[in-house]
Ligand binder design. Structure first.
Ligand SMILES: Cc1ncc(COP(=O)(O)O)c(C=O)c1O
Length: 445
């Protein structure tokens, strides 16, 4: 554990004015969980108590917290050029960053459009797909195929794509024309780490939807290579390859939403490389800046980009889309510094190597009576808990117990999701599993 300067802990602030996202606000304010500082593998609460970050923040911070290199780059950028309008103006660092990303991306994904969050990346990717189909003379292709148990953010496009009804329930169905394939969870794959052997044929669910709705109406198929937020569903062997085949055969764009998987989480820069399947578009966010500054992006193949460019008259805006903070100079500086850290410390290679030990240790939890399934790949694992009758109650309780016991990780429903930092040592993995084991034991059967 790193030593920190002895500073006076900040007083707890009044909480009455903030409305917290994805949080039971009233419960939280009764029993708040606040971090006031962080360094390397640890958060620190208001009393200076360390909490081991076994969730990499929110899949955001694989290189550890408060990295000096990133902080220095952000500070210097703020003093050099704090803002550039993103329409009709630009700055050199965004071009440098796009080139650096293209070096990491699978061959062919050669163009990068910057946005500020994973949700914006997803909705931007949807628009690019629609614009491409129109540019190719197929304006009727406006439907999207996604998957049950998918999470694609919270903007209107993203909630329509997502396979999580709670994220849509209160807001109606404003984006029509999204249909969902089955998810890839199968009983016979329970407790298999790595890519499960069964389930390649689940990709043929895309064919079923094509037959039902007509390929001539479908723009794109959106997939998280590993469905992260809903419990780490690893694609069965051959599944992504089959999706690629079907999309290509039917003129449907394949989009990998790599907001969680990107930047080494699967041991390669992107999951597309880990699984050897190249989509037409990739969305990325979270670890792009090691979580330090909000930033996200959509990477696009040349053939998609060029068709959209060529469809517009010379001198015209080709794509009517963008955000005030697209390619913000400070975010670009943070991302360049984060990519330097990943490269200089070989962190993706480190993730690949450490993954073996990490998954072995998580697998030791399989004998606990409350655990009904464990899945994992790279530095990502999901541990399912038996429900106590009210879905999500146990998971929520577990997450609070772990915080009190000094470990931070995310739960979704009754699934604990581990996504350790790549700078973890074996002792951090041991500690995470030990604390998790004891919390799971105390939940009983
Ligand atoms: C696969 C995926 N897509 C999109 C998002 C949305 O990202 P953000 O919360 O930055 O909007 C997330 C967030 O977890 C995600 O996991």
């Amino acid at each position: 554990m790193s030593t920190l300067p002895n500073i006076i802990p900040p007083a707890a602030p009044s909480m009455q004015h903030q409305w917290l996202p994805f949080t039971p606000n009233r419960e939280f304010k009764e029993d708040p969980k606040l971090f006031s500082r962080a360094k390397d593998q640890y958060f620190y609460d208001l009393d200076g108590r360390p909490v081991l970050d076994a969730g990499s923040g929110l899949f955001t911070t694989p290189a550890g917290h408060c990295r000096r290199e990133i902080a220095d780059a952000v500070y210097a950028q703020l003093l050099e050029l704090d803002f550039t309008p993103s329409f009709l103006r630009a700055h050199p660092k965004s071009f440098e960053l796009s080139s650096r990303l293209v070096e990491l991306l699978p061959a062919g994904l050669d163009k990068v459009f910057f946005v500020n969050s994973g949700s914006e990346a997803v909705d931007t990717a949807m628009k690019i797909c629609l614009a491409w189909q129109r540019a190719k003379g197929a304006p009727g292709r406006t439907m999207f195929v996604s998957r049950e148990r998918a999470y694609h953010g919270v903007n209107f496009g993203g909630i329509a794509l997502s396979g999580m009804v709670n994220n849509r329930r209160a807001f109606g169905n404003l984006v029509h024309g999204v249909v969902h394939m089955r998810d890839t969870w199968l009983e016979e794959n329970r407790f298999q780490l790595g890519q499960p052997q069964h389930g390649r044929e689940l990709a043929d669910d895309l064919l079923r939807l094509i037959n039902l709705h007509g390929a001539e109406n479908i723009a794109a198929c959106f997939i998280e290579p590993i469905a992260g937020s809903t419990g780490v569903l690893v694609p069965p062997v051959g599944y992504l390859e089959r999706l690629r085949e079907i999309c290509t055969a039917h003129g449907i764009l394949l989009v990998f939403d790599e907001v969680i998987c990107g930047f080494g989480r699967t041991g390669q820069p992107f999951a597309a490389q880990s699984f050897g399947v190249t989509p037409d578009l990739i969305t990325m966010a979270k670890a792009l800046t090691n979580g330090a500054i909000p930033m996200a992006a959509v990477a696009v193949t040349n053939h998609v980009h060029d068709a959209i460019m060529e469809a517009a008259p010379e001198g015209a805006i080709e794509f009517f889309h963008g955000y005030t903070w697209s390619a913000h100079p400070v975010a670009c500086a943070a991302a360049l510094a984060a990519l330097d850290v990943y490269r200089d410390e070989s962190l993706f290679e480190r993730a690949q190597a450490l993954s073996v030990y990490f998954l072995e240790q998580v697998a030791t939890l399989c004998s606990l009576p409350v655990v009904t399934d464990i899945r994992g790949y790279g530095m990502l694992a999901g541990v399912d808990l038996k429900s106590d009758g009210k879905p999500g109650r146990r998971g929520h309780l577990l997450q609070k117990m772990l915080f009190d016991a000094g470990v931070h990780l995310k739960t979704t429903g009754d699934c604990a999701i581990l996504s350790p930092q790549f700078i973890f040592e074996r002792e951090h993995i041991d500690h995470t599993t030990k604390v998790l084991r004891s919390a799971l034991e105390s939940l009983g059967t």
